[in-house]
Design a protein around this ligand. Structure first.
Ligand code: SF4
Length: 260
C-alpha cells in the first residue's frame, strides 16, 4: 500500500491499480516523495545539524577518500592544534598536514584547506561566509563553485546544511541509489535533474540526502547490493533487470572518482 491508498476489493479500481501497481502511476516527482517516506520508515528521520559554513568546507575537504570517523578525528586534531581557522590559514603547510595526518592524503588536503581559507579571505577581507544569505541561490552557488576544488556537491552541502538553502547535493552513494531507481543517469552531472525533481524544501532535502547516503553505504553497495533488505525494492529499476541479489553490479567510473 502506498500513501494510505487501500488496495482492498472495495476501493475504486483506479486506486487499487495505483496501490497494487504503483509504477504505472508514479511519476518521477512522486517517486522522490515515496523514496523519502520509505527511507524514513526504514531508518527513522535523521537528525539534522546546522554546521558553520567554514567548518563545513574544511570537513568536506577532510572527508575525501576516508571514513567519517577519520574525517572527524582529523578535524578534531586540526582544531586542537590551531583553535581557529585564521590560525590554520596562517600556518605552515607541514604543520597543517601533521595535524590532519589521521585522515590520509594530508599533503593534498592541507594545501586545499589553506588555499580555500586564503581565497575566502582575499575575496571577502575576512573568514566569513554569512554574506551568502543575502545572495540569490544561483549567485551563492556561483560564488562557492568559484572556490578552488569546490563543485556543486560541496557548494550544495554548505548551502543546504549551513544556510538551509534549498539545493540538493548528490555524492557517489546518492547518484548510485537514484540511478538504480531510474531517476538520474549513471554519468554526467546529476544536480540539475535532482534539483528539478526534489521540492525546494530544505528539511526534505537534508533528510533525503542523509538517508540516501545511508542506504548507499549500508545496503545499496556498488557490488552485491542487499536488495532483500531495502525498502525501495518494489520501485527499483535495477532489481528488475538484475534480480534481487546479483554479483553483476559494476562500479561505474563515477563510483571510482566521485565528484566535488
Ligand atoms: S533495491 Fe537494491 S539496487 Fe535498488 S535501491 Fe535498494 S539496494 Fe539499491
Amino acid at each position: 500500500m502506498i500513501h494510505g491508498i487501500d488496495p482492498s476489493d472495495d476501493a475504486p479500481v483506479v486506486l487499487r491499480a495505483i496501490a497494487l501497481y504503483p509504477r504505472i502511476a508514479m511519476n518521477d516527482a512522486a517517486k522522490i516523495a515515496w523514496i523519502a517516506d520509505r527511507l524514513i520508515d526504514q531508518f527513522g528521520a535523521p537528525e539534522v545539524e546546522v554546521i558553520d559554513p567554514i567548518e563545513n568546507l574544511v570537513l568536506t575537504i577532510l572527508s575525501q577518500n576516508t571514513t567519517d570517523v577519520n574525517r572527524d578525528r582529523a578535524f578534531a586534531s586540526l582544531m586542537a592544534r590551531f583553535e581557529t581557522f585564521e590560525q590554520v590559514r596562517l600556518a605552515p603547510l607541514d604543520e597543517i598536514a601533521a595535524a590532519i595526518q589521521v585522515g590520509g592524503l594530508q599533503q593534498q588536503k592541507s594545501r586545499s584547506i589553506r588555499e580555500t581559507l586564503e581565497w575566502i579571505t582575499n575575496e571577502r577581507g575576512s573568514l566569513e561566509l554569512e554574506f551568502l544569505n543575502d545572495l540569490s541561490l544561483l549567485d551563492a552557488l556561483k560564488w562557492l563553485t568559484a572556490l578552488p576544488g569546490v563543485g556543486p556537491k560541496t557548494a550544495g552541502i554548505v548551502l543546504l546544511f549551513s544556510f538551509g538553502r534549498p539545493f540538493f547535493p548528490a555524492d557517489t552513494h546518492i547518484r548510485r541509489v537514484m540511478s538504480r531507481m531510474g531517476l538520474v543517469s549513471e554519468r554526467g552531472n546529476p544536480h540539475p535533474r535532482l534539483n528539478d525533481l526534489i521540492p525546494a524544501d530544505p528539511l526534505l532535502m537534508q533528510q533525503l540526502h542523509l538517508l540516501a547516503i545511508r542506504l548507499g553505504r549500508e545496503l545499496c553497495h556498488p557490488r552485491k547490493p542487499e536488495c532483500e533488505r531495502c525498502s525501495l525494492r518494489s520501485e527499483c529499476l535495477w532489481i528488475r533487470t538484475h534480480g534481487s541479489t546479483s554479483e553483476d553490479a559494476v562500479t561505474s567510473p563515477i563510483e571510482k572518482g566521485g565528484s566535488n
